[in-house]
Write a protein that binds this ligand. Sequence first.
Ligand code: ATR
Length: 288
Amino acid sequence: MRYDGHTRTCGLIGNPVEHTMSPLIQNFMAEQTGKNMVYVPFHVQQGMLEHAVKGAFALNLLGCNVTVPYKSDVLEYLVDIDPLAKRIGAVNTLVRVENGYKGYNTDMPGLYRAMCHDGVDITGKEVVILGAGGVARAVAVMLLDKGAGGVILFNRTAEKAQQIADEVNGYAGAEFARAYALAEYEQVLTEKKYIVIQATSVGMHPDVENVIIRDEAFYDKVEVGYDLIFNPSNTKFMQLTTAHGGKAYNGAKMLVYQGVIAFELWNDIRISRETAEGCIRQMEEAMK
Ligand code: ATR
């Protein structure tokens, strides 16, 4: 790619940002689509977020991604927030508008697109979520938004799962989500098989032998196991899922698709499945 006086800049705001895959994915898409755009990491120190957002606007940046620890903090510096992002309470994409940035959450639409890509259909199904942190909460909101039949949340701390269930049920105006302690799955799950989304950090590199549920009998109930972790690429949770006949996926595609959707928002363009697959290959190559 040749950069010139017309090149538009996008970047990643976070702390730290040094291990990000986003420049690889974004610059690959710019190259594939011929968009004159460059994407770079911006390490924003604590206390500098407001300056960073205002500075980005002043420097005519087309957009930014936002990562840890700023996904919620950034909300107050935006001129507009997409309704889904508002519900999730976290923004990972800023899109330039007339007088500032509008915030979106593309993580969850990214997970949904990844599931569609993998042929996993959640419509009308009761989906199991393991965990009750910020990510699990966002997944529950997304599942409601995208037409799942219901959600069963399991978490070490049952109260946190209950809080999410209450909130999502408030949005649904019905009992869409149920919450339990992790240990209760045996009593709660029926004979059928489930789509299970692993939304805790358990099993993440370097703790690769760890898994949220060790009991092998649990995995007989897993039709599809979606681990939102992408490093390692085959987590213990995924290994147990496949060993018991289920299909297992990691969080790499979600990561790629959140970037795809951000690129689409910035450039008003639709990224093809082929280009998305190219991004996935780029990422897999970089992680070897
Ligand atoms: P995030 O925002 O990435 O979701 P988080 O809010 O810190 O991160 O949530 C982490 C999730 O992983 C929580 O559901 C947490 O369980 P608790 O709510 O009981 O803390 C879960 N988690 C983390 N380490 C765990 C462990 N060793 N065993 C069981 N659950 C764990």
